[in-house]
Design a protein around this ligand. Structure first.
Ligand code: PMV
Length: 312
């Protein structure tokens, strides 16, 4: 069995969401792929294809491990362990899980949540137990919490339910209808500009010290109000850029992110950093008429470029 899970971007409202305002997240088709197969040995074998790393565990070991001791395998192992516990399954036959991912890591695209949700689906599917999305999202959230100590539902929910979500106070609402239809027709570029210099928690702590942050969050919320009503790419792109300008006031952008956003403005409909900031990625709304020039300009920078669309 092969499971393909999306990654996510925050379209609007990062940081504001920490203070009880809304954020809008979107599942994108930059995916990870989890393959699960039965084996003849009494072992659980994990292969992280992109990192060229493998791990073998005896079947009876999985229940007693502390996933946090297993480095790059921790999310996958925690997802296997918690799914088996939840389904009350004692594994009797060995299985092998192969993981590959197109998602760049540690840059706000939810690569670990993507692998976590994919593993939960693969393991439950392997035992012919179909879990509901609510169960999958909850298990995924628990895995992130166990591994990170603290988690928000943004990544695991967006990746489970796909499409567009409004996140507020660690709860979500799926946005359907015209807004979703509009975004289905949008083409985006995710531009991985640079390694993040700081972790999300550090950036959140720095934003906490900004005196007029509440004013800025209110402005961001107005941007979201407008964005939810929009049906044309030009105006939508302008609002993405407006959100970026507001994020700049929170001091979480960098010169390189600003440069990429500027290119996204000149040769696309608009752009913004996505996620916690301090480096990482920019999302650009593509203007197909100027796409060639956009790519030409971006390729002058030292960046990685990913085409993407909403996944639902
Ligand atoms: O870690 P990231 O890049 O997905 O960003 C998280 C978004 C924040 O609003 C900054 C933090 C949060 O928990 O919502």
């Amino acid at each position: 069995m092969i499971i393909e899970t999306p990654s996510k971007v925050i379209l609007f409202g990062e940081h504001a969401v920490v203070y009880g305002y809304r954020a809008i997240s979107m599942a994108i088709d930059l995916t990870s792929t989890i393959e699960i197969k039965e084996t003849q040995e009494d072992e659980i074998i994990l292969n992280l294809n992109d990192l060229n790393k493998s791990l073998g565990l005896n079947l009876n070991e999985i229940k007693n491990i502390n996933p946090n001791n297993f480095g790059d395998f921790k999310y996958c192992l925690c997802a296997i362990k918690n799914t088996l516990d939840y389904l009350n399954i004692e594994p009797k036959t060995g299985f092998k899980i192969n993981i590959s991912s197109k998602i760049p890591i540690s840059c706000g695209l939810g690569s670990s949540a993507s692998i976590t949700i994919g593993t939960i689906k693969a393991v439950s599917g392997f035992y012919n137990k179909e879990l509901k999305d609510d169960e999958i999202a909850k298990l995924g959230y628990m895995v992130e919490k166990e591994i990170q100590g603290k988690a928000s539902i943004t990544d695991t929910s967006t990746i489970t339910y796909k499409g567009i979500l409004e996140i507020k106070n660690n709860k979500f609402r799926k946005i359907k209808g015209e807004f979703e239809e509009f975004l289905k027709n949008c083409k985006f570029l995710i531009v991985y500009a640079e390694k993040r210099k700081k972790k999300t928690a550090e950036l959140v702590n720095e934003v906490a010290k900004i005196e007029n942050k509440d004013e800025i969050f209110k402005e961001i919320d107005k941007v979201i109000d407008e964005a939810l009503k929009i049906k044309n790419k030009e105006d939508f792109g302008k609002l993405m850029t407006k959100n970026h300008e507001l994020l700049k006031k929170l001091n979480i952008s960098t010169p390189k992110l600003d440069r990429i956003v500027d290119i996204g403005n000149r040769f696309g409909f608009g752009a913004k950093l996505t996620g916690a900031g301090g480096g990482g990625c920019v999302i650009i709304l593509v203007n197909e008429e100027k796409e060639k020039e956009l790519l030409k300009e971006l390729n002058k920078e030292d960046v990685r470029i990913f085409n993407c669309r909403m996944m639902n």
